[in-house]
Design a protein around this ligand. Sequence first.
Ligand SMILES: [Zn+2]
Length: 310
Amino acid sequence: MRTLLFTHDDCLNHVTPEGHAEQVARMHAVRDALAPLDGLIRQEAPDVADEAILRVHPQSHLDAITGAAPASGIVQLDPDTFMSPGSLSAARRAAGAMVAAVDQVLTDQADRAFIAMRPPGHHAEKTTPMGFCLFGTVAIGAAHALAAHGLDRVAIVDFDVHHGNGTQDLIWDEERVLFISSHQMPLYPGTGAANETGAHGNVMNLPLPTGSDGAHMRRVYERDVLPALDAFAPQLILISAGFDAHARDPLAQLNWDESDYVWVTEALCALADKHCAGRVVSTLEGGYDLDALWASTAAHVKSLMGTTDD
Ligand SMILES: [Zn+2]
């Protein structure tokens, strides 16, 4: 399995206020987790073309985020979302890595990719940065696969503990994208009820009860997620990989562990093997306990590589 790893030092220059959960130390944990993995094909995350952002966000949003970037200090965009001088480049390179990964996987230069970047992206709506997110990274990747590669069916699976409201907003009217989100409910941002199904039935939301564990998740995926993906027959699977459903995470109350991330990753990869020559591109979303993030990222990426040992 040829697996790409995209990262860039600019994501160390996206600085949030002291005590903020979405902190630079997360990226050190992720990089430490992935450093020992032989066989990853390591690439610098490139800047993104404006055209790729503008497939899912209007020009006004790109202009607003670009204009909000401070020359010094930290600015606050909403109660949770901040920008420092390095944030714009970090967010642009997260999206750029997504586009580059999609290009390489769809031109058979690689099979899988993991994007180890921050800020995350799945809460950013068309015109609203929120929940630590500036641009809809995974949706930008899906839109690129449709527009630049002519795909007809792209699946996005979001197992971050929070609902991917931004991704849902960006692909709501796009019948060529199936968006599936599992998430704790009730929890931030409050959306993601099962009756939110997209303009074409192309959105599937799976609220998980507070306190539920990995066994519960596996039943939900076996009953609902995997059959829906199988029926959709995706030509590419994208993953919003948040690791904040882990039992140790301070922002949520689900009880998954590393073995659950292995299980869900292997299940998604098996469907990719069946339908789309194994093509999977995964991008980091949340995960705020540094030890759990370290262990879960390693488990997830080893599973993408097909080298998991547990
Ligand atoms: Zn999250």
